[in-house]
Design a protein around this ligand. Structure first.
Ligand code: CA
Length: 225
């Protein structure tokens, strides 16, 4: 899950980023309207958290422009209490939900979960490939019923592979979805993480078929075939 945060108040933006990263989302932050618009229209995000009042271009304009350009990524709009009357305008502009500042982090998480669970972006709580199961809500992975301990990044990588089971994913796609936009990740890093995952997901289950597959020259996939 990749989230873009567009918020000019650095303190709020950075605490949202920190909190969401603890929840294992990949998060990019920008502090101005035009930067937000550029990233939102070029990078494949799963959700955008968009402040209403921003330097350069306000949230309502960004929303309208994105929708006009057929970009339908769910948008959660942030507004200050004094701007309550703007909420209606925010939703009319194509935002999917809004949240009034100050808000609790739990509330933000609940809204995010609700948005990404909407039918247009159906997200299963439990992903299954053969006897491997990943529960995205409990952050738990099991194979043949046995719990497998993964680091936060390993979990995100496995989740991305499993959401795209049987599809070949390039290293570039994996980097874009699992790591942050500004993280300095080399293709080699993906190889290292894939190796770690294999050691936990496949290697201990010698009587089972290995699920993580390398497709030479293209990338990786997880599949039971
Ligand atoms: Ca603002």
């Amino acid at each position: 899950m990749r989230i873009l945060v567009v918020e000019d108040e650095h303190r709020i933006a950075n605490s949202i980023k920190k909190g969401l990263e603890q929840e294992r989302y990949a998060v990019d932050v920008v502090y101005s309207g035009p930067d937000g618009y550029d990233l939102a229209s070029t990078e494949g995000y799963d959700l955008i958290i968009l402040d209403l009042l921003l330097p350069g271009m306000d949230g309502v304009t960004i929303c309208r422009e994105l929708r006009k350009n057929k970009i339908h990524i769910p948008i959660l709009m942030l507004t200050a209490k004094a701007q309550l009357q703007d909420k209606v305008e925010g939703l009319d502009s194509g935002a999917d939900d809004y949240l009034t500042k100050p808000f609790s982090f739990e509330e933000l998480l609940a809204r995010i979960r609700a948005l990404v669970r909407r039918p247009k972006n159906v997200i299963d709580e439990i992903l299954t490939v053969a006897e491997l199961q990943l529960n995205s809500k409990l952050k738990e992975v099991r194979r043949s019923g046995k719990v497998i301990q993964l680091s936060a990044k390993e979990f995100s990588l496995l989740e991305y592979l499993m959401r795209n089971a049987n599809k070949i994913l390039s290293k570039e796609q994996i980097i874009a979805h699992v790591w942050n936009y500004d993280a300095d990740i080399l293709p080699n890093t993906v190889e290292v993480y894939i190796r770690n995952l294999r050691n936990k997901i496949d290697a201990p289950f010698k009587n089972k078929k290995p699920l993580i597959q390398t497709v030479r020259g293209f990338g990786y996939k997880i599949s039971n075939n």
